[in-house]
Structure formats: structure tokens, C-alpha cells
Design a protein around this ligand. Structure first.
Ligand code: SF4
Length: 109
């Protein structure tokens, strides 16, 4: 509401943004997401907001990108093989095994 209705820089955390950002940041709960845990949501929100300039338009763009990423690629069962940000994703980097490039998918279910 703040972001979309009043043009204020406040990141909207829906389930897609939460899941994708948790994995990109390599949050310890990435493989056991709990969207009903306010602490997890607040931490993800804070981490995203601290990465961005204080500009509501950038917040809207980043929110939309994370939402689409979560909806189409970084789903509950990931499609890491189609992802173009693997080199920026902590979860992928920490779990990638060259002998078994499906390992991340196996972990993140
Ligand atoms: S590399 Fe995989 S886990 Fe990371 S953002 Fe892309 S799809 Fe999600």
C-alpha cells in the first residue's frame, strides 16, 4: 500500500518476493521457508530495502522483478537451470555441485 498507493519506498513482501529474496540472500531458512513467521519476513524486507536507494520507483521495479522471478523461475520447485542470476544467488552458489547441477532443486522443495 505504501509503495503502490502512496509512492513511498517500502518493499512489499509477498510469498514470491519472500521465497526468491531468501534464496538470493542465502537466508538460513531458505530450505524451510515459513511465510507466517514475521521475523523472517521483516528480515528479508530490511535486507532488500538496505540494498536499494530511497526511491519508490526503484522499489516498485525491484518488487516486480522479484515477484516475476518467484512466480516463473524461483518457484517452490526451482528452475535454476533457466535462471540468469545464478552467480548472484547465495543459495545456488552455496549448494551448487558441478557433478550434480540439479542439487539445488533437490534441496529447495
Ligand atoms: S539460482 Fe535458483 S534459487 Fe537462486 S534465484 Fe535463481 S532459481 Fe532461485
Amino acid at each position: 500500500m505504501l509503495e503502490l498507493g502512496f509512492d513511498m519506498p517500502s518493499m512489499v513482501i509477498d510469498i514470491n518476493v519472500f521465497r526468491t529474496a531468501s534464496r538470493i540472500f542465502g537466508e538460513k531458512w531458505s530450505d524451510n521457508l515459513n511465510f507466517s513467521d514475521n521475523k523472517q519476513i521483516e528480515q528479508v524486507k530490511s535486507r532488500i530495502e538496505h540494498c536499494l536507494p530511497n526511491d519508490y520507483l526503484i522499489f516498485q521495479i525491484v518488487h516486480t522483478m522479484l515477484l516475476l522471478q518467484g512466480k516463473h523461475i524461483c518457484k517452490a520447485k526451482t528452475k535454476c537451470e533457466k535462471c540468469i542470476i545464478t552467480e548472484h544467488c547465495s543459495c545456488y552458489i552455496n549448494n551448487f555441485d558441478k557433478k550434480d547441477n540439479m542439487k539445488v532443486e533437490n534441496i529447495l522443495r
